[in-house]
Design a protein around this ligand. Structure first.
Ligand code: COA
Length: 439
């Protein structure tokens, strides 16, 4: 059979794909914008035929009926490496559960626990040699495809064709479903005054010729805008973002000084706007590679002057960062925060930066009011998950300055972190630290 005939022999409808799912199956879905939206949005329609189907996923981009609607809970249990707003909302219904993880070992650890029967993902259209591209993510997808009994991909001409570990041959796929929906986007917010101040502090720390990683959330995205005067930056990142496209188009990113994969921008997944998706489409300067390699702290450290820039929800005066939960309630995930922070410090001349606003406006329980709290605290909230350990924290930046914590004692950390806390909370933090004998 030629390529066209092979492809045709694997083509099925969405309904036929759903009929292949059986009770007790372990499904893994591709990550976030690479997830198969057509199949997932209809998964609940087979609820009367299946029981106890487990779906492992990461930051879903839509609130699919199968997990949002409580009535399907005997049929489906979702387990997530990174919570989305919808998952937070329905956590109370017991239809979702969190999988603690570091991104670079999320696939191998999951496989040690259970092998997938079914992998569901997306890909770009097939080329003349029979290759398709997994497009927006190679975070864990390759490992899952290699281990799944059944691989079903939605083929979508709108999915960018990316290079790297995303390229697979049609012979590795059991069935394809053709779709043509738009690739999901996330909005890019205008940087605030606080973002600009934080961005400027960080820009002072990023030397020309550095390789950077920018994490998820408002601040890292705003930081990119402040790097416009830099020269010869490179990218070795988990998430490829719109800010990186802007830096490339402005001639700031040249990848010339990179010591690992010079000339290439390296990521494990991409998430942003149409502009980003058009940029990475058929672009040999961008390589989407396995998360197990890209995010391995040893590999990250092979880049000279590697700078990782992430953010956190709460940090205590010893440097423990809770970046994924609000108290015991799961908010997001560790993702590659610890991978990239440790990796950057393995790098000669490398720096790891945690950037956060000094305060947050949070909801007052049982009221419509909000109040201002310090994000720098003496003790993390009860039940908070430590995403980045105090052993691995390096620079911390707020709109009040930079605290260098690498190698410092708790005594120094208290002083430095109180020095970048909001002035309204400094006195209280000092008193509490004294009371707790935190020296
Ligand atoms: N206590 C309680 N609530 C807090 C808080 C605190 N200390 N700090 C922030 N919040 C609230 C905010 O008020 C906001 O609530 P709202 O949505 O009701 O307004 C919400 O938490 C989100 O805060 P925000 O600062 O807007 O978050 P973000 O979208 O910028 O994301 C992280 C920040 C830390 C959640 C995100 O970066 C993350 O998940 N990081 C971990 C993974 C990671 O870093 N990976 C690295 C490679 S991609």
């Amino acid at each position: 059979m030629n390529i066209k005939e092979i492809y045709k022999s694997k083509l099925i409808s969405c309904e036929e794909a759903l009929n292949k799912i059986k009770s007790g199956d372990n499904i893994v879905s591709a990550l976030s914008p690479a997830e198969p939206r057509e199949i997932l949005s209809k998964l609940h329609t087979i609820s009367d035929k299946v029981r106890d189907v487990n779906i492992a996923t990461c930051l879903p981009m839509a609130d699919y009926e199968y997990f949002i609607n409580h009535k399907y809970k005997d049929s489906f249990l979702m387990e997530g490496w990174f919570y989305s707003p919808g998952m937070r909302k329905v956590h109370k219904n017991k239809t979702v559960s969190f999988i603690p993880n570091h991104l670079h070992i999320c696939a191998s650890k999951r496989l040690a626990h259970r092998s997938p029967n079914v992998f569901l993902g997306t890909a770009s259209t097939i080329d003349k040699h029979g290759f398709i591209s997994l497009s927006l993510s190679a975070t864990y997808e390759r490992e899952m495809i290699e281990n799944a009994d059944l691989v079903i991909l939605e083929i979508n001409p709108n999915m960018p064709r990316t290079f790297g570990d995303t390229i697979i041959h049609i012979s590795e796929v059991d069935f394809v479903v053709e779709t043509d929906y738009e690739v999901p986007e996330i909005p890019i917010l205008e940087p605030s005054e606080k973002d600009r101040i934080i961005g400027k502090y960080i820009a002072e720390m990023v030397e020309d010729g550095s390789t950077i990683q920018l994490g998820i959330g408002g601040i890292p995205n705003a930081v990119a805008a402040e790097l416009m005067n830099k020269k010869d930056l490179g990218i070795h990142t988990e998430m490829f973002t719109d800010g990186m496209v802007d830096l490339y188009e402005a001639g700031v990113i040249t990848s010339k000084k990179k010591t690992l994969m010079p000339g290439k921008m390296v990521a494990t997944f991409a998430l942003g706007t149409k502009k980003l998706y058009e940029f990475i489409d058929d672009n040999p300067a961008v390589n989407i590679l396995r998360g197990s390699w890209v995010n391995d702290p040893y590999i990250i450290g092979k880049n000279y002057k590697m700078v990782s820039i992430n953010t956190t929800l709460e940090i205590d005066l010893t440097g423990q960062c809770c970046s994924e939960s609000i108290g015991h309630m799961q908010f997001s995930g560790t993702g590659g925060q610890a991978d990239t922070a440790i990796g950057a410090q393995n790098s000669p001349g490398g720096k790891s930066i945690i950037a956060l606003y000094s305060t947050a406006r949070v909801k007052v329980p049982n009221s419509n009011e909000r109040k201002t709290i310090s994000k720098i605290v003496t003790r993390l909230a009860r039940g908070a998950a430590v995403s980045l350990s105090r052993n691995d924290v390096d620079f911390v930046v707020t709109e009040y300055g930079v605290a260098a914590l690498r190698g410092t004692s708790i005594r120094d950390r208290i002083e430095r972190l109180i020095g970048i806390a909001h002035p309204d909370f400094r006195e209280q933090l000092r008193e509490e630290a004294e009371e707790l004998m935190m020296w």
